[in-house]
Design a protein around this ligand. Sequence first.
Ligand code: DC
Length: 229
Amino acid sequence: MSDPVPASYTIAIDGYSACGKSTLARALARRLGYSYIDTGAMYRAVTLHLQRNGTNLAAPEEVAAALAGLRIAFRPQDNHVLLNGEDVEGEIRGLAVSRQVSQVAALSRVRRAMVEQQRRMGADGGVILDGRDIGTVVFPDADLKLFVTAELETRIGRRLEELLAAGRKVSRADVAANLQERDYIDSHRADSPLRQADDAVLLDNTHLGLEELVERGVELVAGIRTAKK
Ligand code: DC
């Protein structure tokens, strides 16, 4: 039998929108008994906060003032994101937030605040974080870095299904436009653009079921010690 996985690793999962990163991260965290930090949910919560405040994104001092009044946390029992104590898990997944989140996530001020909080939350290890800059910026020394991809049509189909299942009225065209626009902005912004870290393992999720994807993740985690020797 292989040795149990130490409780201290830091695992970074990055990739494009709706490629299955969060599903993998959540399932892998459950398997390993690790905690899971959905950093995309944090940028979504900031976006909702700025929208509610009517903040002008082009005015740095307005953004700074809004950030000063912002507290983001995850509810331990179900990992729902809390914005100043309010459960906004449902609201942050809608198109209104999805349409603006990449603009908000491109603001350096916002990124600084989020990265700092993410480093604090992950400082003790035993954690899986998913996002766009985890392996490149937040935890460049992570024990394992995964970069997940999937073909665009697969990603559109999966995200559409998820949104329809959650009772949202969206069309395939809306979802397609949103994913492509976010991918473009996320990978072309000046501050911490989305890119695969040089030492990240590429996982193509186009034709994999969740079980297979998680098994592959577990194997890679088990291989960390071998790689470190
Ligand atoms: O993972 P997601 O689709 O919920 O993320 C929403 C947006 O947040 C994404 O389009 C880009 C931004 N993001 C980011 O810039 N950096 C991260 N670490 C995570 C998300």
